[in-house]
Write a protein that binds this ligand. Structure first.
Ligand code: ACO
Length: 435
């Protein structure tokens, strides 16, 4: 870039009215310009140059990615090009995990190897149990799981060798395999029940349900619930550059090991504005308590005294496609478990909200968290497990995004700029002279 000398269709002309200089910057694929191209816009030599100011990165692409595509205006979500609806209907979580991680659907033998590798890495070191036992009986499952994943880094010090592709793959398999085990142990600790160890004859979600709910020797996971959980896992496996994925990439950019980075992204997920929203939705529905209380609740939302949890999304300005699939899956689950009465409140809340001007003008629609909690509750999970149920499948997305970052020659340690608005330089004031 420089003073304007040439024309061209794929460029952007910028005129700086302070100096009357014109600049031309290339427009790259995706209708983006490089922020660094703005740095040559200066009033005088020696200036730092122009930056963009974008709190919360609402209009900044931090990476080029080939993993997940979202068109939020029309409610499209695809992993590696495959529509989420087709994957939810025809794939399994581990097959989708392979697709996300490797970029292509597996052949039968590739899938067999992947499933076997995951299945044979589900055990955790016995000292992990001592760690989990140290938590209070009522510790939040997500707090326990975040700590447990961070602790895993100390069991696999070689994980820090992040430049070695084979070593990275071993850690990926370990994390995908061990997350359900650790999550189930957190749940059993909360319930005061003995831990149930992984069993290899079950599917990924079947094994998880067994570790969670088996009491005595007669438990057999319901195939309907096993499949419903598998669909929920597929829907949550990746969602491009959201808050927790960005956390994963930022931490990963310092070359931290994947366990530490994943613990950080889980912490980001836990917040009620992100993956913690499914828990918040359930608490909100319970608080509303009855369909007749909905109008009064929505008045509070419109007066900004409450948030309608599970509504709204930074990217989706139409119905979240995952919410539609979850709504359909709920019916199948309720045939086995019985209908969750909170569903009536949710359906009525959605019906009224979607016809109210406040929500229509702001393009606020149900997101993935609006209905997922209702299914989780019907499956027998306490609310504290909801963000955990999000973190297990999202592990696949986080790790894929982390690998993509490490293989991307353009990426460096993440380090945004700031616009400093604080005091100018001033001399230290001794205590006796302070007012
Ligand atoms: N209830 C009521 N009003 C809302 C809601 C909501 N759930 N969401 C957004 N709004 C309003 C805002 O107050 C704002 O109104 P204004 O124009 O009068 O100021 C307008 O809609 C735009 O909202 P923003 O906050 O600017 O949207 P943003 O993209 O920053 O936030 C977010 C997105 C955080 C998801 C927001 O919609 C929200 O807080 N939703 C509730 C929490 C939730 O469900 N989170 C889960 C998201 S999905 C996921 O992370 C897995």
């Amino acid at each position: 870039m420089g003073d304007k000398t040439t024309g061209g269709s794929n460029t952007l002309s910028i005129r700086d009215n302070r100096t009357n200089k014109e600049y031309e910057v290339p427009i790259l694929e995706g209708d983006v310009i490089r922020a660094m191209d703005l740095r040559k816009i200066k009033v005088q030599d020696g200036d730092f140059g122009m930056m963009t100011y974008d709190p919360a990165y609402t209009n900044t692409a931090s990476t080029r990615s080939t993993i997940t595509f979202i068109d939020g205006d029309v409610g499209i979500l695809r992993y590696r090009g495959y529509p989420i609806e087709q994957l939810a209907e025809r794939s399994s979580h581990l097959e989708t995990a392979y697709l996300i991680l490797k970029g292509e659907l597996p052949t039968q033998s590739e899938l067999n190897t992947f499933v076997r590798d995951v299945t044979y890495h589900t055990y955790v070191h016995e000292n992990m149990i001592k760690l989990l036992d140290a938590f209070r009986y009522d510790a939040h499952a997500m707090g326990m799981l975040i700590s447990a994943v961070a602790a895993l880094a100390t069991f696999y010090p070689e994980a820090g060798n992040i430049q070695d592709a084979r070593n990275r793959w071993i850690q990926i398999i370990r994390l995908v395999a061990k997350m359900p085990t650790l999550a189930a142990f957190c749940y059993r600790h909360h319930r005061g029940l003995p831990y149930v160890y992984p069993e290899n004859e079950y599917s990924y979600t079947g094994n998880f349900l067994n570790m969670l709910f088996r009491v005595g020797s007669n438990y057999k996971p319901s195939p309907v619930l096993e499949r419903a959980l598998d669909i929920l896992f597929i829907l949550h496996a990746d969602h491009e550059q959201n808050c927790s994925t960005t956390a994963m990439r930022v931490i990963g950019s310092s070359h931290a090991d994947p366990y530490s980075a994943l613990a950080g992204s889980m912490a980001a997920l836990w917040g009620p504005l992100h993956g913690g929203a499914n828990e918040a939705v359930l608490r909100m529905l319970r608080k509303i308590g009855d369909v007749k209380n909905i109008p009064a609740f929505l008045e509070k939302v419109k007066n900004k005294q409450e948030l309608l949890m599970g509504f709204g999304h930074r990217v989706y300005k139409s119905y979240d496609p995952r919410a539609s699939i979850i709504k359909r899956t709920a019916d199948e689950v309720f045939e086995v478990t019985g209908r969750n009465p909170l569903l009536d409140i949710a359906l009525e809340l959605e019906r009224i909200a979607l016809s109210e001007d406040y929500f229509v003008t702001r393009q606020l629609y149900p997101n993935v968290d609006f209905y997922s909690g209702i299914i989780y509750e019907a499956l027998g999970f306490p609310v504290e497990m909801f963000p955990v149920l999000f973190a297990i499948p999202r592990t696949v997305g986080w790790l894929t995004q982390w690998e993509e970052l490490l293989k991307d020659d353009e990426q460096k340690i993440a380090r945004p700029r700031q616009v400093y608005l604080g005091s100018a330089a001033r001399d230290f004031v001794p205590m006796s002279e302070r007012k």
